[in-house]
Write a new protein. Structure first.
Length: 286
């Protein structure tokens, strides 16, 4: 097992989902920033991993295959990070494909609402690599390019967030169903950014315990939305409950100004037991 370099990042996105950099540019930036171990975890797709691996091998970066699955627990959004060769399992790929096909319909309904509001945008103007994997960020960026809003955050605040005029709820996989499948195929999976899950803490940990019984392996403790005290709280909880400790930037684009996304490798500096935790993760992935 290759030992990771000082900086690691287990949560990144490319143009194959809602990231702004191609796999080549993502790998190049990671190399320049001193990231030695990197996971590409695009939303509900593995389409960019082959390309990413080519450039990672050229750059001497240890690439970890990954995917981020969009799920729902009741009315609450939950994301799962999955790592290793099992991301190519046929059952898993079919599982996420079923929901990817529904994304385009949702985007079309959002565009219809925006058109009624006086903000016409065509599908072609969304500038996507994969039109089955479109999301609200693609629409928000198109709104900025067309001068309808000044920033992506304004697009969400005024039109694309729940309760706003152009919002359309998304259909997502049931979290329990997803974790059960991941457990059955032996995948290494973790809860992404628990600080963003809109649940009371007791309910969240009750669910994590249940998911763990179905196959959940870890928690993303170090994330831009987790301030230091919260990150350590999650890390201690994970260790006490035999769960892997993970961390990642949730990188989407250079210079992202919101607190939900960071720069490549930026969680490494505050990750207290980096080498030990990462080696445990990489050993588990195999």
């Amino acid at each position: 097992m290759k030992k990771p370099l000082l900086k690691v990042d287990f949560h990144t996105h490319t143009t194959y989902s809602d990231g702004r950099l191609t796999p080549e540019r993502l790998i190049s930036r990671a190399k320049n920033l001193g990231v030695g171990t990197l996971a590409v975890t695009d939303h509900d797709t593995t389409a960019g991993l082959k390309e990413a691996r080519i450039f990672a091998e050229q750059s001497g970066i240890h690439l970890v295959d990954g995917i981020e699955i969009s799920c729902r627990q009741g009315d609450t959004s939950v994301h799962l990070l999955v790592y290793g060769s099992k991301v190519f399992n046929e059952r898993l790929l079919q599982f996420v494909q079923n929901f990817r096909e529904k994304k385009l319909g949702r985007v079309e309904r959002i565009l219809e609402k925006l058109h009624v509001l006086g903000f016409p945008i065509s599908l072609e103007e969304l500038d996507a690599v994969d039109y089955e994997n479109l999301g609200r960020p693609h629409i928000g960026r198109a709104m900025v390019r067309k001068g309808y809003v000044q920033s992506l955050s304004e697009a969400f605040a005024k039109y694309l967030s729940p309760g706003r005029l152009a919002y359309v709820p998304r259909e997502e996989a049931d979290t329990q169903e997803a974790v059960r499948l991941l457990g059955e195929i032996g995948a290494v999976c973790a809860v992404a950014h628990p600080g963003q899950i809109r649940m009371e803490q007791g309910e969240l940990f009750k669910n994590i315990k249940h998911w763990q019984s179905l196959g959940l392996c870890g928690i993303e403790c170090y994330h831009p939305c987790h301030e230091d005290r919260l990150a350590e709280f999650y890390a201690n909880y994970a260790k006490e409950n035999n769960l892997l400790v993970l961390g990642g930037s949730d990188f989407h684009e250079i210079g992202a100004s919101d607190s939900k996304h960071g720069e490549l490798g930026d969680q490494s500096g505050r990750w207290k037991n980096l080498e030990e935790d990462v080696q445990q993760l990489l050993t588990r992935i195999g």
